[in-house]
Design a protein around this ligand. Structure first.
Ligand code: T1G
Length: 701
């Protein structure tokens, strides 16, 4: 046996042990090792086999790094057939997370046992794929089609206890040592004369499926996973599980899996999978950089952001002190937290007792002395630099030595904030996205003097509270918001050129954005952008710039909060409706500006809105604000709901071809002027070299 897969006989049980860190992925050596072990076992004295994994988890899936490369024998289906056709029972012993091909290996075994803390799942859909090794054929035979559909189209892991109840796991192993527990379980099966229980021998009665089930499933999934194509094929696989014999069902599944494997959607989603993990690594920071213990946190400010951030820590059992300027503001902040949790409980996503437990983790004060002992402070007050400086001056005076002082600012200069303290090395930005208890992205902003261990601590605690972290250097708006400026600018410019708000938003929503930019502005409040623009001294005095946003605010139309903005909003359902008054207003403003309106194509809307992001991102890379293009993709997918099936703006730009992007921006520059369409040198260089951001990243890694 290879040292990746070992085989031994313990008493009368053959034990196949896989040891392929970090997650026992089904690389070629693992597939070959398992196959060889099963074949050897057929002729030896063992009476049953246990398939076990060393390390932190059972097999967590196919080796995603092998995708897109020439397949190597043995293929996974061959290994599964050997397991299933074994002349002696094979028992999968599961700990950690048996995912994807890993769980499919377990399903090809005759029995499955697991420790209570284990989870099983088929997350392929999150990679734009479907379970390609029997998962769509075996799971419904155990759980029924409805439960299988929910499990496979969500891709979410199932705890062992629930999997046991669903019939996916046969035995929960209480023994602290899984390996010996599984061997004992195998011996019990042998003694009891247990049969070779093969899932393929179960059939599903087509009459048990309610009429229209699959068509209804397709309609619901199309709405939920806009721009993704795997869900529809998963439904087809489940139909095959009902209507076809096992081997034909497996064949159908493999065909549809192969179609997805070569799809741009899956390539994009696999790109994001690795980009998310890459973003957690800071290039010039040794991986063994020490981190500080974070056992107690203070949040300054109990507004929407402060409340949401407090919840992130309370959810992980980390005590939080919320500090506000007076009792009334503090109570408002604590009420925001309770309201948010109540919504989650009402949605059935959190048991009531857990809500109270988490709320209990958050205490309030108006006295800075009460936060003197915390390990991390996150300031989340109004976006005013002077106010933030005042707060950091007080924090510097009050907080213990070694406390990390973070600001949640969206735009302000983190170095200017650090400079008011005697400990700039302990200061950095931790920029959460609203709602902070929901949005996954955390921009960690590295100040010029931020210490390495402070940075490493922020990245680690960010992951611990469930965030996807991306590192930014200091500039106005860091990565995401800096890039967003051009996106919002062009969305409004398109109105003056002849688009309706609905045309802009629906085009971008059809592209895959969760919400169009104008509807998003109505949601956030048009007055927020208006005030931010008023506070900036560097904006062009071009009367076209953010014209409609300004006109609407000055009319009192601030968006959803006032019942109307770019759209009218139904007071009961908050549904958005086009407003003829706004469309007439846009025409009137265009006339005043001497703009001759015209029909504008969807292609132009998409280019005008997304190419500024790509161009600004090229500048951000050149300035070293972002570490790598894939970090920028992570920012946009996890912070701005850029469609994951497009892989983020940089991956999307590489797919279009940077020369096409470059040519289009030159066209816009010639038509609209260089103020807004000034080409980033890096983008021009890569376009002229017919290169890509991915190649640039590889050369600058
Ligand atoms: N293949 C290759 N590398 C993988 C991997 C995989 N399946 N899973 C993780 N890694 C790497 C990851 O890139 C990182 O590398 C390290 O392992 C630790 O991962 C046929 C076709 C298992 C829950 O989708 O969900 O099977 O950065 O940081 O937070 O139908 O990894 O250290 O160099 O995420 O403890 C289906 C994907 C594949 C599971 C562990 N399986 N992985 O989380 O560690 S498709 C999946 C995860 C498939 C079959 C189909 C998580 C985890 P590095 P990590 P973690």
């Amino acid at each position: 046996m290879s040292n990746v897969v070992n085989y031994e006989i313990l008493e009368n049980i053959g034990v196949i042990s896989v040891n392929n860190p970090p997650v026992n992925a089904l690389a070629q050596v693992v597939r070959e090792g398992i196959l060889n072990a099963v074949n050897v076992a057929q002729g030896d004295a063992s009476q049953a086999l246990v398939l076990y994994c060393e390390g932190r988890t059972f097999i967590a899936g196919a080796d995603i790094t092998e995708f897109g490369k020439p397949p190597k024998e043995p293929g996974l289906p061959e290994v599964l057939l050997a397991l299933e056709n074994s002349s002696k029972p094979v028992i999968a012993a599961i700990h950690g997370t048996a995912l994807g091909g890993g769980f499919e290996v377990a399903l090809a075994c005759h029995y499955r046992c697991a420790v209570a803390a284990a989870k099983v799942g088929l997350p392929e859909v999150k990679l734009g794929l479907l379970p390609g090794a029997g998962g769509t054929q075996r799971v419904p035979r155990l759980t029924g089609v409805e439960a299988a559909l929910a499990m496979i189209t969500s891709g979410n892991p199932v705890p062992a206890s629930k999997a046991h109840a669903m019939g996916l796991v046969d035995e929960i192993i209480a023994d602290a040592d899984l390996k010996s527990g599984a061997v004992n379980y195998a011996q019990e099966l042998v003694v009891s004369g247990a049969s070779l229980k093969r899932i393929r021998d179960i059939t599903i009665d087509p009459a048990s499926i309610e009429p229209g089930f699959f068509d209804n499933a397709r309609k619901k999934l199309a709405l939920r996973a806009r721009g993704q194509i795997a869900q529809d094929k998963i439904v087809s696989c489940l139909e095959a599980a009902v209507n076809l014999p096992m081997d034909e069902g497996l064949k159908r599944e493999r065909e549809l899996f192969r179609e997805l494997l070569v799809s741009p959607e899956s390539a994009a989603m696999r790109h994001i999978f690795f980009a998310e993990r890459q973003a957690a690594k800071i290039k010039d920071l040794p991986r063994d950089t020490p981190v500080r213990d974070i056992e107690k946190v203070a949040i300054i400010g109990g507004g929407t952001m402060g409340g949401g951030i407090a919840m992130c820590f309370a959810n992980m059992g980390i005590p939080v002190v919320m500090l506000e300027i007076n009792d009334e503001a503090l109570q408002r902040g604590l009420d925001i937290v309770r309201k948010n949790y109540t919504i989650t409980v009402k949605k059935g996503k959190l048991p009531e007792d857990q809500m109270e437990q988490r709320i209990g983790m958050i205490t309030g004060t108006t006295d800075y002395a009460d936060i003197a002992d915390v390990d991390l402070v996150i300031e989340a007050v109004f976006e005013n630099l002077e106010l933030k400086k005042e707060i950091f001056t007080r924090l510097d005076a009050v907080c213990k030595s070694g406390a990390i002082l973070a600001t949640n600012t969206s735009y302000q200069d983190v170095d200017a904030i650090a400079a008011v303290t005697d400990r700039p090395e302990d200061v950095l930005g931790m920029h959460f996205f609203s709602p902070a208890n929901v949005m996954k992205l955390l921009e960690v902003v590295r100040g010029a003097k931020t210490a390495d261990d402070v940075l490493a601590t922020a990245m680690k605690i960010g992951k611990a509270i469930g965030k996807v972290c991306a590192l930014s250097r200091v500039c106005y708006g860091f990565i995401g918001n800096r890039m967003l400026s051009g996106y919002g600018r062009e969305a409004q410019m398109l109105l003056l050129d002849g688009c309706t708000p609905a045309q802009v938003d629906s085009t971008l929503e059809n592209f895959g954005m969760a919400m169009g930019p104008l509807a998003m502005s109505d949601l956030a409040g048009l007055d927020v952008g208006y005030k931010a623009r008023q506070s900036r001294g560097d904006l062009s005095d071009d009367p076209k710039l953010f014209r409609m946003g300004t006109v609407l605010v000055e009319m009192g139309r601030h968006g959803q909060k006032t019942g109307s903005g770019y759209y009218q909003y139904d007071p009961a359902t908050r549904a958005r409706n086009s407003d003829p008054e706004v469309e007439a207003l846009i025409k009137a403003e265009a006339d005043k500006l001497g703009i001759e309106q015209r029909d504008i194509s969807a292609e132009e809307i998409i280019a005008r809105c997304f190419y500024p992001l790509i161009n600004e991102a090229a500048l951000i890379l050149e300035e070293g604000i972002a570490q790598r293009p894939s970090d920028i993709d992570v920012v946009y997918v996890f912070g701005y709901a850029f469609p994951v099936a497009r892989g983020g703006p940089m991956h999307y730009a590489d797919q279009i071809g940077l020369k096409s992007v470059y040519d289009k921006i030159c066209e816009f520059r010639d038509r609209y002027g260089e103020d807004y369409w000034k080409l980033a040198p890096l983008l021009q260089k890569l376009a002229e070299e017919d290169s890509t951001f991915a190649q640039w990243a590889a050369e600058n890694s």
